[in-house]
Design a protein around this ligand. Structure first.
Ligand code: 3H9
Length: 720
């Protein structure tokens, strides 16, 4: 509901002149309500900042006003600074000044919070003198996720209000706190008893006036009084940040700003915060993270989703209870939907159920959910060994063995039992979905839903769109993804779709380096330094070398014989060195250790392969390693966009960030390429092309964009 709409008989303030559209002022008796009305989320754009400043000044000057309530119209209080303004010249009034003015008000100011009070939104609330929050409110300082720090007094006021430890934890994690937690922390003073936050805020303000409680500037709060504890918290945060946020720019600046809060007068701390904020604002990491923020939202805007209405999904069937099927079942159960799991016999069904149960046991053990939540989820899970049990479900997701004949057999059965209009989805990661759809009499209902393992954890869902699928089935898939809290990307049909096709190229480029002289350990280290959580060979060891081996054998008959093929990984697999699960792969894992150590036998084996192939090893710098791997990925990604497999470059970015560990602060490979300059990427390609014209052939899309002086971002228009 519209909080301001339920206000008791509003009357315009006498000196209201200059009321902006985004900020309205209404006098309720002697309490002035300042309502922020800037859809969709009340971001603090220049108009809101101006309106807020004018309103607070007017209130101060108006003898008829005894107290002020700031409230948000719509679903949120204020979601923070307007992210779309970043990177453009900042326009006054700046938010820090607006917050200071609120705090300096001579009349008590109450922030009445419902929905999101995030970033600059929470900073506005912290500048107010009193805070009341509705039950469902979400409060947080998520700036770190955008490569920023709270830049409107948040780094100075938050620790003064709730102490250094809690403030640092909020700012470094960027997480949202519930209203209850905010009360416990001291971030808010009280909780609203009803859903009508405006009425409650007004009551609070009237109570303050009646009991003659004046202003209460947060800058004077004493949360940092225990100096030793504050100092310890700051040192602990600095240490943890150095390891946990490796490579990130803004977290250390947050710690620095909080240290200033402890050691310096408030205004000096504010000045330092402003300087650090502007440094963060200028950083390429901020640009990458803001790109990521919008790309995730844009990716779900696909032509089918705006052209067609999704079909309702109230029940889901899953065929196959292996690791993938069980993970998908958990993801669906977590969204509150009932699941029917199908396996070929009772034993397999029992294992599938146990799989699902184990995932929930893990969540209970970690304290993420309680026993009741587990029981509720498990109660939504049914199982059967007969396809007939799927007769009434709205959506079936097939997650059986990755083999065309097996998949086709499943879809023939689904075609037989499913009700007309049911959506039939396959979780294949590379097979031709058009062919799978051809096994049914209803190809318009068949789509790909490519989950990533573990499916209940990984955010990415590739929605793979075969030629004959109906638009409303595509729309249904995107709606379903939203219900599962997934980040969804539209992909076309090809071997590996977007993600795995790029993974293959990434690994091939790494293998070339390996054979040409780099060690797997150097390659992994270089890619970690670039920002990946793991290097390519660590990932192979983790997933199991046998998986890639099977795929290589499968592709062998169709492989282009002119393409260079490196056999090092095959040599390892022939020895049964499949990675962590066998105790050795590219690394040695002594006694089940999870982090591997370098293996001299692997190095000797690589050396033998080089000799056998007549390669004279050369050395590569870490920068060259990154350059080659990233250039290969960007080039193939350009082909993927050109072929329409990805709608836009941003779809590639989202896929690699959420499914493959590409460092978010670089905004994905396409954003990274734009940052480098596409002409530089093309120059690298031309250089490598001389070594291997087939693998390094520049994508015509890159050539064309460079010719036009354009870059990938020019293709990132919304397709919704
Ligand atoms: C900051 O505050 C800096 C200050 O410390 C210092 C300043 C000096 N700006 O997510 P949704 C758009 S940094 C502009 O789908 P939900 C979004 O793009 C900021 N636009 O909805 C989308 O647009 P479209 C700190 C924004 O209900 C639409 O709103 N704040 C902003 O799932 C709906 O968004 C944050 O980082 C924004 N700030 O979730 C909070 N926020 O319809 C970021 C959203 O055209 N926002 N949009 O695609 C969020 O976390 C979520 O949007 C929120 C709502 C939880 C609020």
């Amino acid at each position: 509901t519209h909080p301001a709409a339920s206000a008791p008989s509003p009357s315009p303030i006498s000196s209201a002149g200059g009321d902006s559209h985004a900020v309205t002022r209404t006098l309720h008796g002697d309490v002035l309500v300042i309502a922020i009305d800037n859809p969709p989320v009340n971001a603090l754009g220049v108009e809101v900042r101006r309106g807020l400043l004018e309103a607070i000044e007017a209130a101060d000057a108006d003898a008829a006003v005894a107290a002020v309530v700031i409230v948000g119209v719509g679903r949120n209080f204020i979601a923070g600074a307007d992210i779309r303004e970043f990177g453009k010249p900042p326009q006054p009034p700046h938010l820090p000044a607006v917050c200071d003015r609120i705090e300096a008000s001579t009349k008590p100011v109450v922030a009445a919070i419902h929905g999101a009070a995030l970033g600059g939104g929470l900073e506005v609330a912290l500048a107010a003198h009193y805070r009341i929050a509705a039950a469902g409110a979400k409060l947080g300082l998520p700036e770190v996720k955008l490569g920023l720090l709270p830049g409107a007094g948040g780094t100075q006021r938050t620790p003064r209000l709730i102490g250094a430890r809690a403030a640092l934890e909020l700012m470094l994690s960027g997480r949202h706190a519930s209203a209850n937690e905010a009360l416990t922390l001291g971030l808010v003073d009280r909780l609203s008893k009803t859903d009508d936050i405006l009425i409650e805020g007004l009551a609070y303000a009237r109570e303050l006036v009646a009991t003659r409680q004046g202003t209460r500037p947060t800058r004077a709060a004493n949360g940092l009084a225990d100096e030793a504890a504050s100092r310890a918290a700051i040192e602990a945060a600095r240490k943890e940040t150095a390891t946990r946020s490796r490579g990130l720019f803004s977290p250390l600046k947050i710690v620095e700003a909080v240290q200033a809060a402890l050691e310096r007068p408030f205004d000096e701390g504010l000045a330092l915060e402003r300087r650090l904020f502007l440094e963060c604002l200028d950083s390429p990491q901020r640009a990458g993270l803001v790109h990521a923020f919008f790309a995730e939202r844009e990716a779900a805007k696909v032509p089918e989703a705006s052209a067609a209405r999704p079909r309702p999904i109230a029940s889901v069937g899953i065929v196959g209870g292996g690791t993938m099927g069980a993970g998908i079942a958990v993801a669906v159960l977590d969204a509150g939907l009932p699941v029917t799991l199908i396996e070929r016999d009772e034993a397999a069904l029992g294992r599938g159920r146990a799989h699902v149960e184990r995932v929930y046991d893990g969540l209970v053990a970690k304290g993420r959910i309680d026993a009741k939540a587990k029981a509720d989820a498990m109660a939504r899970l049914a199982g059967s060994t007969s396809y007939e049990a799927l007769a009434n479900v709205d959506l079936v997701i097939e997650a059986v063995f990755e083999d065309m004949a097996v998949k086709k057999a499943v879809f023939t059965e689904l075609d037989r039992v499913a009700r007309p209009g049911a959506v039939l989805a396959t979780n294949t990661s590379y097979l031709d979905i058009d062919e799978i759809a051809g096994a049914t009499s209803r190809p318009a209902d068949v789509i790909g839903l490519h989950f990533f393992s573990p499916a209940n954890v990984m955010k990415l869902l590739e929605v793979v769109v075969p030629a004959r699928v109906a638009a409303d089935v595509v729309a249904t898939a995107f709606e379903f993804a939203k219900r599962l809290s997934k980040v969804s990307v539209r992909a076309g049909v090809c071997d590996g779709f977007i993600g795995n096709r790029l993974l293959a190229v990434y690994r091939t480029a790494a293998d070339y380096l390996l054979e040409d002289g780099a060690s797997p350990y150097q390659i992994d280290e270089a890619m970690r330094a670039f920002g990946y959580p793991m290097g390519p060979y660590q990932v192979i060891d983790l997933a199991g070398g046998d998986i890639g081996w099977a795929a290589r054998k499968r592709r062998a008959p169709t492989r282009d014989p002119r393409l260079r093929y490196v056999e090092i990984a095959d040599r390892l697999c022939e020895r049964g060195w499949f990675g962590q699960k066998t105790g050795r792969g590219f690394y040695l894992y002594p006694e089940g250790a999870r982090t591997g150590v370098r293996d001299p036998e692997v190095e000797a084996l690589i050396e033998d392969e080089r000799k056998r192939r007549g390669v004279t090893p050369r050395s590569f710098t870490d920068e060259e390693i990154v350059e080659r791997l990233m250039t290969a990925v960007v080039n193939e990604a350009a082909n993927i966009v050109r072929e329409g497999i990805a709608l836009r470059p941003l779809d590639v970015d989202v896929t690699l960030m959420h499914g493959y560990g590409f460092p978010r602060y670089r905004g994905g490979p396409m954003k990274y390429a734009d940052t480098l300059g596409l002409a530089n990427v093309l120059a690298s390609l031309r250089r490598f092309e001389k070594e291997d014209p087939l693998f390094w052939k520049p994508s015509p899309l890159i050539v064309e964009l460079v010719d036009r002086g354009a870059d990938f971002s020019s293709l990132n228009t919304t397709r919704g």
